[in-house]
Design a binder for this molecule. Structure first.
Ligand code: ASP
Length: 348
């Protein structure tokens, strides 16, 4: 008989464990014990479940690099003891956290699955129970060799398991709150769980090096979303506060051709601030050089973010710039797929 899989639930807060304040009507987090009481069926799963609850449960609007490190440390400190980890998290910033963890947890060889819900678990119609049970079952699933089926950072929501750094929160209403616009789901939970062969195909190099947590993150990142007529701040004192810019461009990576923009992009290069180009479109990829409107970007070392989401781009910049590499090395690393966050080869 094979030993039961051991899963650690890491509870950070979010709607899944919230309760309504009778006075104000606002939702705020409550203790993990109450969450477990609301899902007695957890005891019926053929999995050994333990839980770690954050001392301060939060709405995920308060997530950030410090909290990502707290989650990362819990995983690192318990890595050998558990077969997998399920992180309960608010949906609002789940795409950022999943992206950040996908980079920070280097050489990951076990499942780390984030989940949450749109309605608190204590509410009759809640999606929380199905999301949690699916996450635990997927984290506990093994292949024919007895290895964990999932060995990357994922998000389980609705009936789907997604690559964590490919998703974006799409709906504040629907039970399928997330979209993975440029990458298929890694598993679908119906009567049976159907797994995709794209699962775990993320590592540029093999995982022979041991698991480690990179805790250094550079948080001084600016997201610059272009819009017709936007002014370009040419004061280097403003931008020198930042260490990287995620530039949300039009369509397949296009930007204005005006002199002010040219000056701005040249200023970024002069200040050695890497600029990462992602598209404002919900779907599709940057293709720098396709239109004349993106050749300037190419000439000024702007990094092609291909089909990365903004969430993944921000997290990747925090991670790469946290390594303290030179400007040129950072740009090179940003351009490479590191954890399956962008499509490797594009059909032109
Ligand atoms: N505001 C909540 C949070 O992100 C929303 C949710 O969990 O769905 O913590």
């Amino acid at each position: 008989m094979t030993a039961k899989r051991k899963i650690l639930l890491v509870y950070t807060g979010g709607t899944i464990g919230m309760i309504q304040d009778p006075q104000t009507g606002a939702l705020s987090p409550f203790k993990f014990e109450r969450l477990k009481e609301s899902i007695p069926d957890l005891d019926n799963l053929d999995v050994d479940i333990s839980a770690y609850s954050f001392p301060h449960l939060i709405d995920s609007s308060d997530m950030g690099p410090e909290r990502w490190n707290e989650i990362g440390n819990v995983i690192r400190n318990n890595y050998k003891r558990y077969s997998g980890f399920v992180v309960l998290h608010g949906t609002d910033t789940m795409a950022f956290t999943a992206s950040a963890l996908s980079f920070m947890l280097e050489n990951l060889d076990k499942p780390v699955i984030l989940t949450g819900s749109q309605l608190p678990v204590g509410v009759l119609r809640s999606d929380g129970k199905a999301n949690l049970v699916n996450s635990i079952e997927m984290a506990a699933a093994v292949d024919e060799q007895g290895r964990a089926k999932v060995r990357e950072v994922c998000v389980c929501f609705g009936d789907s398991l997604y690559r964590g750094n490919r998703i974006t929160k799409y709906s504040a209403e629907s039970f399928t709150a997330f979209h993975s616009p440029n990458f298929p789901a890694l598993a679908k939970a119906g009567v049976h769980v159907k797994w995709s062969d794209k699962l775990n195909r993320i590592h540029a190099k093999s995982t022979q090096e041991g698991f480690r947590l990179q805790s250094e993150l550079e948080h001084r990142i600016f997201i610059f979303k272009l819009y017709p007529g936007c002014p370009f701040c040419l004061e280097s004192s403003f931008f020198s506060r930042f260490r990287g810019v995620v530039l949300e461009t039009y369509g397949s990576g296009n930007a204005p051709s005006c002199r002010e923009f040219e000056q701005w992009i040249k200023l970024m290069k002069k200040l050695h601030i890497p600029v990462l180009n992602v598209t404002q479109c919900a779907e599709g990829s940057v293709e720098m050089g396709k239109y004349a409107a993106s050749t300037l970007l190419q000439d000024c070392d702007v990094v092609d973010g291909r089909d990365m989401t903004t969430e993944a781009a921000v997290a990747k910049m925090m991670y790469v710039l946290g390594k303290g590499l030179s400007y040129t090395q950072s740009c090179k690393m940003l351009a490479r797929p590191l954890r399956g966050e962008m499509t490797e080869h594009r059909a032109l």
